[in-house]
Design a protein around this ligand. Structure first.
Ligand SMILES: O=C([O-])CC(=O)C(=O)O
Ligand SMILES: [Mg+2]
Length: 544
């Protein structure tokens, strides 16, 4: 059961419950019924008036980190008002409750900490995880976003400070995907941290030791996954920001067994594929004719490559031919067979070639039509690199996806390619003016995928999330970029339409799940109205 629509709270207990609190919006009758008389100032306000006050506070804050802190306190006071504010201007507030400000907030997490949110499951709870999950007040949890903090954004291992990420990601399920907030649960799985500076910080809130050996970690994660299934049987586990090798290993281990996905691997892959689909629509070309070079060979490069291979196979290429179209380089140079440090997953993309660390030479040899940066190295796509891509391609596709430091900015990409680049970055760059033409660079962020995917999963309750669904999510997104937007260089729909876009994606994904026989609920006649009927909106329902 979800939290009951009607509550039994009274007085200050009601004012202190963010899910049911309406503050000054409680009507005279409600104030009487719930013993609130005398506990509130006399003015009875609308949600809109309350939002106006919150927006003034936000305007007056000097930094986005202060705005983050204000919003984090607001969601703890009045959840409806928080979502009202967030959803009033997603392009303004998503970058605050989510990347990039969320990155700063995570770095400072134990210093700006006010009160707990979500659950902290630590290694010390080994053997008791199921019992501890039962401490959560909601029994029908449908989404857990879980991190170890092992690789937060581009910030490396920040342990328990990473808790900001599952909190922020799940807030976007609601703000951008209209998934009811009460069915979401952020969890930090505290396994210790390799970050010695954090362990030495007196204000650090997590366990102060190194992570355990892999076998012990695997057993702990297995207990966690099993416990989630036992306590929250309909729950989808969203893995986020784990150390790359852990991320890959656990996705492989659980994707065919439990309802789960890894957003960094699959969400990032899907949004990248969506950007490529749009870019290729503009160019009038096929994916299976592209040659792709990745700078970076970690979990998101591998996840994206594997998805691109599947998408190329769907266009008729063999797996071997599709893999041959993808080349990777990382800090140690070209991914090629003589390297002894490669994982099994990286070996799939290790094509015979001379070892080199030279990106320019590799571009000259491979002649990529698509250059993707997942290197975490800001500025790695230098002027000569972009110029070379523009010399080889009439419309070079350049996606610097690293967060928070992009391999090149939008302005650089357009300037160095004479405005010919088809460009999207992991972060949002402002629009660029060139010769009276306005370019609006897209943001290739997985927030264009996971909220809609979440809403579809929430509605249809599939048992698993197959890769075909992740590919479908990319097409559902790409199909919502109209020709006017394409003409401005936009490879994704505008951020301020994120909610409508995600609901539309969710309808298409739900249809896909029904068609594929993967949904476990009866198929409704009208999928859109059925889905819209279960979406969250920030309003004070007449009789809570
Ligand atoms: O959170 C984001 O903006 C994208 C993401 O998943 C990551 O960088 O880990
Ligand atoms: Mg992530």
């Amino acid at each position: 059961m979800n939290r009951p629509a009607r509550h039994t709270l009274r007085g200050t207990a009601l004012l202190n419950d963010p899910a049911f609190n309406r503050g000054t919006a409680f009507t005279a009758a409600e104030r009487q019924t719930y013993g609130l008389e005398g506990l509130l100032p006399p003015q009875i306000e609308t949600l809109e008036r309350q939002a106006e006050r919150a927006l003034r506070h936000l305007d007056a804050k000097p930094t986005d980190l202060e705005r983050y802190i204000y919003l984090a306190a607001l969601v703890d006071r009045n959840e409806t008002l928080f979502y009202k504010v967030l959803m009033s201007d997603p392009a303004r507030f998503v970058p605050i409750v989510y990347a990039p400000t969320l990155g700063e907030a995570c770095k400072a997490f134990s210093h700006i900490y006010r009160r707990p949110r979500g659950m902290y499951i630590s290694l010390e709870m080994k053997g008791r995880i199921a019992d501890i999950l039962r401490n959560w007040p909601v029994s029908d949890v449908r989404f857990i976003c879980v991190t170890t903090g092992g690789r937060i954004l581009g910030l490396g291992d920040i342990g328990a400070n990473g808790m900001g990420i599952p909190i922020g990601k799940l807030q976007l399920y609601t703000a951008c995907g209209a998934v009811p907030p009460q069915v979401t649960l952020p969890i930090q799985l505290d396994i210790g941290t390799t970050n010695a500076a954090l362990r030495a910080d007196p204000l650090y809130l997590g366990l102060r030791h190194e992570p355990p050996p892999q076998a012990e970690l695997d057993a702990f994660v297995e207990e966690f996954v099993t416990a989630v299934q036992e306590v929250f049987p309909a729950c989808c586990i969203h893995f986020e920001d784990w150390k790359g090798t852990d991320a890959i290993r656990y996705l492989e281990r659980y994707r065919e067994r439990v309802l789960c996905y890894n957003d960094d691997i699959q969400g990032t892959a899907s949004v990248t594929l969506a950007g490529l689909v749009t870019a290729l629509r503009i160019k009038g070309e096929k994916l299976s004719d592209q040659t792709v070079l990745f700078l970076g060979a970690g979990s998101s490069a591998l996840g994206t490559s594997d998805l691109l291979v599947k998408a190329m196979q769907a266009e008729g290429l063999s797996q071997a031919d599709a893999r041959a179209r993808i080349t990777m380089m990382d800090v140690k140079g070209l991914v090629e067979p003589s390297r002894t440090d490669l994982s099994e997953e990286q070996r799939r993309y290790a094509h015979a070639a001379e070892p080199t660390r030279d990106l320019m030479a590799t571009i000259r040899r491979v002649r990529p039509s698509v250059l993707i940066g997942v290197s975490t190295v800001g500025g790695a796509f230098t002027q000569p690199v972009v110029e070379l891509m523009a010399a080889i391609n009439a419309r070079p596709i350049i996606f610097p996806l690293s967060i928070p430091h992009s391999e090149c900015s939008a302005e650089q990409a357009y300037a160095w390619s004479d405005g010919r680049a088809l460009y999207a970055a992991g972060v949002q760059f402002p629009q660029v003016m060139r010769d009276d033409h306005v370019f609006r660079p897209g943001q290739a962020n997985n927030f264009y995928i996971f909220p809609g995917l979440g809403l579809a999963v929430y509605a249809t309750r599939p048992r698993l999330i197959p890769d075909a669904l992740i590919i479908e999510a990319a097409h559902a997104l790409a199909d919502q970029v109209d020709v006017t937007a394409q003409a401005r260089g936009m490879l994704y729909p505008p951020q301020n339409q994120i909610l409508e876009v995600q609901v539309t994606s969710a309808c298409r994904l739900a249809e896909y799940l029904f068609d594929a026989g993967l949904a476990t609920v009866p198929r409704p006649d009208d999928i859109r109205s059925w889905i819209e009927g279960m979406t969250y909106s920030p309003t004070y329902a007449p009789d809570a």
